[in-house]
Ligand binder design. Structure first.
Ligand SMILES: [Zn+2]
Ligand SMILES: [Zn+2]
Length: 282
């Protein structure tokens, strides 16, 4: 018997079009509108003009939106994105003892308020996703271990098949004490870098869990498999990681490969070779 050939596997390898072309009665009419406008630097940018709909968009459309919202130059951001980006970059540069990112680098997170983390998530959502108040993206934050597994650094609640969230809220939870052992960057220590990486990792989940249509036939493959680290999370996380590193010059690692390895038992459909290369796992 050939051991390496898994004959009872349920894994199948679909074409790209099988998952992306399927229409869905729930979300087909939720069209995202954008307009081309000039920002204050007189650079032409695309700005979204219709609000995001709760559980209302084809999953892969979220990736298309994030790609369009994260250009390769700061000057090509919309005015509100540039404002949020400046606030975040100022936050990074603040080396005072009371600065949020300095407090985030302490051994535990006693000195960081949960509302400060919620504000930080709003700021980052404005930068990566062009989120505005009319999108009603409310994500709650808690410093608590969500599981008994000490290796779990953070979690984000996902909708059940009826579209309900545990606690009725999309909630990001982060371990108050456990961090990845990674190097610091400039005046940010390894604990700050680890917690920021975890926060952005969970924020990508929150964005997808908030807006991806759970009725789409592609939902399981594009979102749900690999415990939420399917195609859409991988694509958006890759894009955000790239943007943060090469445009904001902050080398965050979102643990994309580890997320696959740790959740292999929940892999339902292999990505195509082209797709896996696109994820640029390293
Ligand atoms: Zn995750
Ligand atoms: Zn749908």
């Amino acid at each position: 018997m050939v051991k390496w050939k898994c004959e009872n596997t349920t894994l199948v390898q679909p074409s790209e079009s099988e998952t992306s072309q399927t229409t869905c009665a729930v979300c087909i009419n939720n069209i995202i509108k954008t307009k081309s406008t000039r920002n204050r630097l007189s650079i032409r940018v695309d700005e979204r003009t219709s609000p995001m709909r709760f559980l209302g968009h084809r999953p892969l459309q979220l990736d298309e939106l994030v790609t369009a919202s994260t250009p390769n130059r700061l000057g090509n951001l919309t005015d509100s994105q540039r404002k949020a980006t400046k606030a975040f970059l100022d936050m990074i540069e603040d080396q005072s003892e009371d600065a949020l990112l300095q407090r985030l680098g302490r051994r535990d997170t006693h000195d960081v308020k949960e509302w400060e983390m919620e504000r930080l998530m709003i700021l980052l959502s404005q930068i990566f996703f062009q989120i505005t108040p009319w999108d009603r993206m409310e994500v709650f934050f808690r410093f608590e271990d969500a599981t008994d597994d000490p290796h779990v650094l953070g979690t984000c609640s996902a909708p059940d098949r009826h579209g309900k969230f545990h606690d009725d809220k999309v909630t990001v939870r982060m371990s108050p004490c456990t961090v990845k052992s990674i190097p610091g960057f400039r005046h940010l220590n390894g604990r700050t870098m680890s917690r920021l990486s975890t926060l952005v990792h969970e924020l990508v989940h929150a964005y997808i869990n908030m807006y991806a249509c759970i009725s789409c036939l592609s939902y399981q493959e594009d979102v749900d498999q690999l415990d939420g680290h399917g195609r859409v999370w991988q694509r958006i996380a890759r894009r955000v990681e790239w943007f943060v590193e090469y445009v904001l010059h902050l080398p965050l690692r979102l643990g994309r490969f580890t997320a696959i390895v740790n959740n292999l038992e929940n892999l339902k459909v292999w990505p195509t070779e082209k797709e896996a290369k696109w994820w640029y796992l390293k």
